[in-house]
Design a protein around this ligand. Structure first.
Ligand SMILES: C[S@@+](CC[C@H](N)C(=O)[O-])C[C@H]1O[C@@H](n2cnc3c(N)ncnc32)[C@H](O)[C@@H]1O
Length: 249
């Protein structure tokens, strides 16, 4: 059995392609609107990746703290405009100790990387501690019925894109297995110039709405809203997303 290596986030060749494959979009704008609507001033972006949203929020004058375990992702984030106005911390939720924020954000399904229930709950507790009373935890999770890779390019239908450093790159997805709520898959990157193929093996967990709501309640949060999509519609069993807005008691 192939074990997850998440090279998508650690191999500098793949990290350099991340923003091109995951550009600023409706989801990013949705999170900006939530920050404004909820009146946040200080925001922790947990699993901030290449800092696309972190830097956009800093540009909009929020006091930002970006936390990210991957040094390669952080390096890209720190090179962006407005990065010098952000506090960057390498690590995960343990880095929230001692911080005080109005909002904790986890975007682009970061919450699904906490595979073990123990670390998932510890992360929720750490978010609770880092939030001021009345502060908000906001994150997106996909339904298992509508995983993010439905419609993604496959080996027979690769996506080709051009990169200034590497020339033509072909990118595709391969599902490895689904065991209970855990989905393991590969992301392939073929660099035409060098003939190299790099593979990231990833695993995500798809917790149900009931489980998430229970874990939030157990860790001192009240679920304010669960959106179903980036248009702000309410979540239903057939919605593609579960976008949680939970308030710290
Ligand atoms: C899909 S990317 C999303 C990045 C960014 N939030 C965005 O919206 O573009 C997932 C990120 O979560 C980070 N990550 C994975 N496991 C994590 C953990 N246990 N704690 C914090 N971040 C984690 C990865 O390194 C990666 O940068």
């Amino acid at each position: 059995m192939l074990e997850p290596n998440y090279t998508e986030f650690s191999d500098p060749r793949l990290v350099a392609l991340y923003d091109q494959l995951n550009p600023y979009g409706v989801d990013s704008e949705f999170f900006c609107k939530q920050a404004k609507r909820l009146g946040a001033k200080t925001i922790i972006d947990l699993g901030c990746g290449t800092g696309l949203l972190t830097c956009e929020l800093a540009k909009r004058e929020y006091q930002m703290i970006g936390i990210e375990p991957s040094a390669a992702m952080l390096e890209v984030a720190q090179s962006k405009p407005f990065a010098d106005q952000i506090d960057w911390l390498q690590g995960s939720f343990e880095q929230m100790k001692g911080l005080r924020a109005d909002m904790v954000l986890m975007t682009s399904h970061v919450a699904q990387f906490f595979l073990k229930n123990g670390e998932w709950r510890e992360m929720l507790k750490a978010s609770h501690q880092a939030l001021k009373p009345g502060g908000h935890l906001v994150f997106d999770i996909r339904h298992l019925d509508t995983p993010p890779f439905v419609g993604w390019p496959t080996e027979d239908n690769r996506r080709k894109f051009e990169n200034t450093t590497d020339g033509s790159v072909y990118w595709w997805f391969k599902l490895l297995n689904v065991v209970d709520k855990l989905v393991r898959y590969e992301l392939h990157y073929f660099f035409e110039q060098s003939g190299e193929e790099v593979v990231s093996i990833n695993e995500l967990i798809f917790r149900s709405r009931d489980e998430i709501t229970q874990a939030l309640s157990d860790t001192g949060f009240e679920v304010v809203t669960v959106y179903g999509d980036w248009d702000g519609s309410t979540n239903t069993p057939t919605s593609p997303e579960m976008i949680y807005v939970a308030k710290r008691d």
